[in-house]
Write a protein that binds this ligand. Sequence first.
Ligand code: ATP
Length: 270
Amino acid sequence: MSDASAGTTVLELRNLGVHRGGVAALHRVNATFRAGEITCVLGENGAGKSTLVAVLSGLLRPDEGELLLGGRPVTFRSARAARAAGVATVWEDLAVAPLLSVWRNFFLGAEPTRGVWPLRRLDLDAARETTVRALARVGVPGIDPDRPATALRAGERQSLAIARALHFGARALVIDEPTAPMTIAQHTVLAEAVLSARDEGLAVVVVTHNPRYAHLIGDRFLLLARGHVAGDLTRKDVDADVLLRLMAGGRELTALTARLRALHPELDER
Ligand SMILES: Nc1ncnc2c1ncn2[C@@H]1O[C@H](COP(=O)(O)OP(=O)(O)OP(=O)(O)O)[C@@H](O)[C@H]1O
């Protein structure tokens, strides 16, 4: 466990409001993100998911309400400030600097050095070793740290960012899942890293479009609809089908499925 025992509140949103382009992108949002738990944030396009990520990661200041970290109100003035406070965000597409090596991406400016100034120099072996160890810790063993980051696949790239967050002592991890299709194998790689972060006691927030995947890994589910909290549920409250139904658009899909199954009983088998 990192700094908090499982179940302790790490991040909290109180009556959070954000206006964007004349609309309430978030309106009176209350939510709690706890240590050792994965909270999946679900909602249709425009529900406010990206806005929530922007607030948690320090890119956007809320217009109303408060963000609390470890019980104290905080105002992040930048993404760097959020990271320094222990809230790490894994972006959908900016997880890494693609042309740099895997280990350079891991450290990005925080490389270990050897010796004392003015003879201090980069400790390359330590940097490589640390990277390999940190990746193995999130379930990605055997990566050559000198490969360019472009050689990593989508799930591995995000896992690298998660490994960094763990290594540098994050308390909360916000993951904006790739919307581009990922193979099952890469989804599994990412899920394993997400579960490692949870097991190490971080409060994990996963923004996803996929309710089935959410149900597989999530402990709690925050459903957003038009900037409002439409549901705040635990695993005990829902199964994957209920989640699917609760997501806007899911209602139509469920009705369609029921109608098709009534007309074609053989579909029941699927
Ligand atoms: N930069 C912006 N300028 C104006 N309005 C914006 C801006 N960003 C978001 N909005 C509006 O805020 C609301 C919430 O958008 P947001 O992008 O947070 O939703 P989302 O759930 O992330 O959607 P998606 O799944 O499509 O990314 C929407 O009505 C959107 O049109």
